[in-house]
Design a protein around this ligand. Structure first.
Ligand code: CMC
Length: 426
């Protein structure tokens, strides 16, 4: 029984709606019983709707706070690493040394993919977008791992989680290698998660390749900053797909598809395309004016966020990392200069101030990824790689608790019932 409630007056009826309180964040009005009273709620884009109860990630958009299992993202980015953050998201607590070692070694043990899956790639055109290939090959995992598809079995769920976490970098790197016609590189399990990914991306069988520690560290930070983000579009997609009882590999493939869009994970790729289009600092004002023009569909990519209305804490860390990486690599990137000018102009423009549009995580990540040598089309694939752990954590939280199939209602504004009209009468 909720302690607080709200009254809704509907004609001559008064409904008592419970108000639920979380550990932190706004209270939530429980409207689950509303449909029995013959009324639905209407919230396109779900801006006011809590779709589930969760203990994984908390965001306070007004104050620029992002917590994973209670830990601020800035602290995780500074002191943790991606594997530890994965453990935290999946298991709820930071691991001790032994737990971490066991976790990392289990992830390492599953990095290879089935040889037949490697052949699966041959069916794709070489010029396909790597995200198109990712949707296909990750979905295909369910055809290879029948032994871990029983979602009601906790051990199966755990095996599937490890398989996904371990194989996603291998598959992502294979997407890249396939697109440039180079042989796939086998994982090297002597390397860390981030080093191994860079090795599979950039090593070739014909010459030695040494992973740069600076780049591996930057990669690891990008992975941490993208690991989870509460009930965003792709995570909600994973939960919705999972609520039907679909297997985890299929659910993650659904998440990858949802992430691909330029309003979501595709924004990092769109930022670089936009910077290319702007071309030089001299053109910045022109593009800012276009972004403000209601009759022009152009938006400043990498700006704005559904939830953050102050600043994106991930963007703050990413901005610093961006400067550090470019400085350490001695790269003088004119695109970074352009990005900084754009940021400066947009942040002082009344339109962006009024609408609380700040640079988001994707504004800077593209510049770092470019410095690492990652081609633009792979940016969203890397986001998907890093976000896989968040998707799994949310899917597992839902499946191991009580849930119903997700089935939103609608406000129908189409035709009312009418009789079929024969072809000769139309
Ligand atoms: N440039 C110019 N105007 C903008 C922008 C932008 N990037 N973003 C929002 N606006 C305006 C928008 O036109 C609207 O104006 P008005 O009230 O006059 O109609 C107002 O700001 C509110 O925008 P909205 O589209 O209703 O806001 P939303 O919460 O539905 O959308 C968003 C959030 C992230 C999709 C949007 O800000 C956007 O399209 N940004 C660019 C794409 C981007 O960078 N996406 C990455 C998000 S961070 C990574 C992730 O989590 O996936």
């Amino acid at each position: 029984m909720a302690e607080k409630s709200a009254q809704l007056i509907l004609g001559d009826k008064t409904l008592d709606l419970p108000i639920l309180s979380g550990s932190v964040g706004p209270d939530v009005l429980d409207i689950a019983k509303l449909s029995a009273a013959g009324i639905f709620t209407y919230d396109p884009g779900f801006g006011s709707t809590a779709s589930c109860e969760s203990k994984i990630t908390f965001i306070d958009g007004d104050n620029g706070i992002l917590l994973h299992r209670g830990y601020p993202i800035e602290q995780l980015a500074d002191h943790s690493d991606y594997m530890e953050t994965c453990y935290l998201l999946l298991r709820g607590e930071l691991p001790n040394a032994k737990q971490k070692e066991e976790f990392v070694s289990t992830v390492r043990a599953h990095t290879m993919v089935n040889e037949q899956l490697r052949q699966f790639f041959q069916g794709f055109r070489r010029d396909a977008h790597p995200m198109a290939v990712m949707c296909g090959v990750v979905g295909a995992l369910s055809a290879f791992y029948h032994d871990s598809l029983s979602i009601s079995d906790e051990r199966h769920r755990e095996i599937a989680a490890f398989r996904l976490l371990s194989k996603i970098p291998t598959l992502a790197a294979m997407c890249y290698k396939y697109s440039i016609g180079q042989p796939f590189m086998q994982p090297n399990n002597a390397l860390s998660y981030s080093e191994n990914f860079l090795h599979m991306m950039f090593a070739t069988p014909c010459e030695p390749y040494k992973v740069s520690p600076v780049l591996a560290q930057a990669m690891d930070k990008i992975f941490i900053l993208h690991a989870d983000h509460e009930q965003n579009a792709s995570t909600s997609t994973v939960r919705l797909a999972g609520s039907t009882g679909a297997n985890p590999f299929a659910c993650i493939a659904a998440g990858i598809a949802a992430l691909w869009g330029p309003a979501h994970g595709g924004a990092n790729e769109a930022v670089l395309r936009m910077l290319n289009e702007i071309g030089s600092v001299a053109n910045v004002h022109k593009f800012v004016d276009r972004a403000k023009d209601k009759n022009d569909p152009f938006r400043l990519m990498g700006f704005g966020h559904r939830v953050y209305k102050n600043f994106d804490p991930r963007a703050k860390v990413m901005r610093q990392t961006c400067h550090d990486v470019l400085q350490e690599l001695g790269i003088n990137d004119p695109q970074l200069e352009l990005a900084m000018k754009l940021e400066e102009i947009a942040l002082s423009d009344p339109y962006f101030i009024e609408k609380k549009l700040y640079p988001n995580v994707d504004f800077y990540s593209g510049i770092i990824l470019k410095a690492i040598g990652i081609p633009t089309t792979m940016f969203t694939v890397i986001f998907a790689l890093a976000r896989t752990v968040g998707w799994i954590a949310h899917w597992n939280e839902m499946i191991s608790g009580s849930y119903r199939i997700g089935r939103p209602r609608q406000l129908y504004t189409g035709h009312t019932s009418r009789d079929y009209v024969a072809m000769d009468k139309r």
